[in-house]
Design a protein around this ligand. Structure first.
Ligand SMILES: [Zn+2]
Length: 263
């Protein structure tokens, strides 16, 4: 009998440790409940944390969970949570927060304050995905939001296949500091590699053309001097063939040279 009471006590203590207390009616619910068995109140919720700007490190109860925007489910109503957001260039946001029944806690939207002495800027580009440098320091890929000390700085945007854009921007606490830049596609004639290849090819073809022309002239002279009628026809054919080849090579050289100006 005593043993039985002992087991029941253990069972009750364990049950109460893992039970979910309803924040609405204080009823103890089994730990896997989603709704209160007594009053029907929702016991768990999904929290979505968004920040402006996004991309902040999100910590819940001092444990890193992910980068904003971030959703975390299975949280219990009535419990207190410590929410912390960290982003480079911005002040750390920290709050202790209790989700109360009846207040929709599903979305927390947090605007981060720039670190003291800095201003927020927003830089975009068309097309996006250009690498941004401010004062020669690599910042990241567009579009992006960040903070910087106010002033005028050299800004550079780099993207493969587009002309590098370099200009001064002024960041100030009185301005919106929102910029959008159009990048120009790099023109093909600025492709020095293909131009160089074509010029080498034109010199090569030209040299071969001149070489075969010299051979042609030699064959022609041989033909002129030769009085053996059997050999004459053969040499005449050879001279003609070489003349054709040399003209073709010189033509190819001229085409390559012309193309090298077009690229
Ligand atoms: Zn309840």
């Amino acid at each position: 009998m005593q043993k039985c009471i002992f087991i029941i006590t253990i069972f009750l203590v364990t049950a109460s440790l893992f039970a979910i207390k309803c924040p609405n009616c204080n009823h103890e619910n089994p730990d896997d409940s989603d709704f209160c068995t007594e009053c029907g109140a929702r016991l768990r919720f999904t929290l979505e944390v968004r920040s402006n700007p996004s991309g902040a490190s999100f910590y819940l109860d001092n444990i890193f969970r992910g980068t904003t925007p971030f959703s975390i489910d299975n949280l219990m109503y009535g419990k207190s949570f410590v929410i912390r957001l960290e982003k480079n260039g911005f002040e750390t946001y920290k709050t202790t927060w209790t989700a109360k029944i009846g207040i929709s806690p599903d979305v927390q939207e947090i605007t981060l304050k720039p670190a003291s002495g800095t201003v927020v800027y927003e830089i975009g580009s068309e097309p996006t995905g250009a690498t941004l440098y401010i004062a020669r320091i690599k910042i990241g890929d567009t579009p992006l939001q960040g903070t910087h000390s106010p002033g005028t700085f050299e800004m550079k945007l780099e993207k493969k296949g587009y002309d590098t854009l370099k200009q001064d921007i002024t960041l100030s606490s009185d301005a919106s500091n929102k910029f959008n830049f159009n990048l120009e596609r790099t023109m093909k004639k600025d492709n020095p590699k293909s131009r160089r290849i074509l010029r080498y090819a034109s010199v090569g073809f030209g040299a071969l053309g001149i070489g075969s022309y010299i051979i042609t002239m030699n064959k022609y002279n041989e033909y002129k001097d030769n009085r053996d009628p059997d050999k004459m026809d053969d040499l005449y054919d050879k001279a003609n063939t070489f003349e054709g080849i040399s003209l073709g090579l010189l033509g190819a050289g001229a085409v390559c040279l012309g193309l090298s100006f077009a690229f």
